[in-house]
Write a protein that binds this ligand. Sequence first.
Ligand SMILES: NC(=O)c1ccc[n+]([C@@H]2O[C@H](COP(=O)([O-])OP(=O)(O)OC[C@H]3O[C@@H](n4cnc5c(N)ncnc54)[C@H](OP(=O)(O)O)[C@@H]3O)[C@@H](O)[C@H]2O)c1
Length: 332
Amino acid sequence: MQEAHEPLFWVGACTVACVLLWLLYRLLSGFRIWVLGNGSLLTPRLGKWAVVTGATDGIGKSYAEELARRGFALMLISRSQDKLDDVAKLLEEQYKVETKTIAVDFGKADIYGTIEEGLSGLEIGVLVNNVGVSYPYPEYYLHIPNLDNFITNMINVNMTSVCQVRSKGVILNISSASGMYPVPLLTVYSATKAFVDFFSRGLQEEYRRQGIIVQSVLPFFVATKMTRIRKPTLDKPTPDRYVQAEVTTVGLQSQTNGYFPHAVMETILLQYTHTYCKACTTASFTTRKPVTPPSTIAFYYFYLVLHIHIPHTSLSNLSNERMKPASRGTRI
Ligand SMILES: NC(=O)c1ccc[n+]([C@@H]2O[C@H](COP(=O)([O-])OP(=O)(O)OC[C@H]3O[C@@H](n4cnc5c(N)ncnc54)[C@H](OP(=O)(O)O)[C@@H]3O)[C@@H](O)[C@H]2O)c1
């Protein structure tokens, strides 16, 4: 009997040791990233200029300010010249740095000649591919008004811009936590952000040996014009607070949530609940019985309220009519 127990004892002991070692590793790497950080990497020694797309508002504007504070000259690329002039003036007055601007609409495909011309000759140290658009409200795919234009615009702004605006040095591509898992009702947005994440991670491996850093940044909610969150909280920070935390992860993580509470949310809410939900779905397929323990309900709560963040008004907008399956002949 004792002989039979001995191998089991060693299997158990090895499992416990592995789990403890894994926990220790997570703790130490968490300490390195979130407490010590890598704040001194982003300096003009990388190259005099920092380029930020979508730089007139929200996260992009905060990156522009943070990089100007670190002494970079700023090339700001966004849609409206008036807003670009305001931000450029602010940076010049507040941080005494040189600025240039390019006004282009990233929804259009023929702008990259203008951008290339504007960037030629600049010694670029940091590029932040930040420009992005989301849904005005969550919606079923086939019910999106003006669907064809919507798709073209979102692909151009969220995906083409990231592939076409290029540099050496450090490249920060702003994806989204919505790109880590499919997000129904924001399906196109979620898919474009998954593209940005995969593109960045692939590129990082291709060019790592040449000293180029490509980081995929996947924030959860940040209080900006896009999310219409007016009151920042610990888990929905101001863009300034988010960016200050994110820049310290550059060079330490090639894929990051950028902000400690968001990293915790990703680990607990998404990784574990997603795995749990998958297990429940598999179980319910196999047993042909629905699995509805309270934790599944909790999962859906977190998934809807925290991950998709459907505003309550938008939820009530999803009328019964919209819930009907696509009628025959509908293009899908
Ligand atoms: N906020 C969040 O919670 C969150 C979470 C995850 C990921 N993200 C990602 O972070 C990035 C920035 O988001 P944000 O919340 O800071 O957005 P935001 O506040 O809406 O700002 C977007 C910026 O992009 C510019 N822009 C928008 N459409 C453009 C176009 N067609 N051509 C040129 N410029 C354009 C805007 O210029 P105008 O002022 O002229 O419109 C503005 O400067 C996006 O890629 C977004 O997907 C955001």
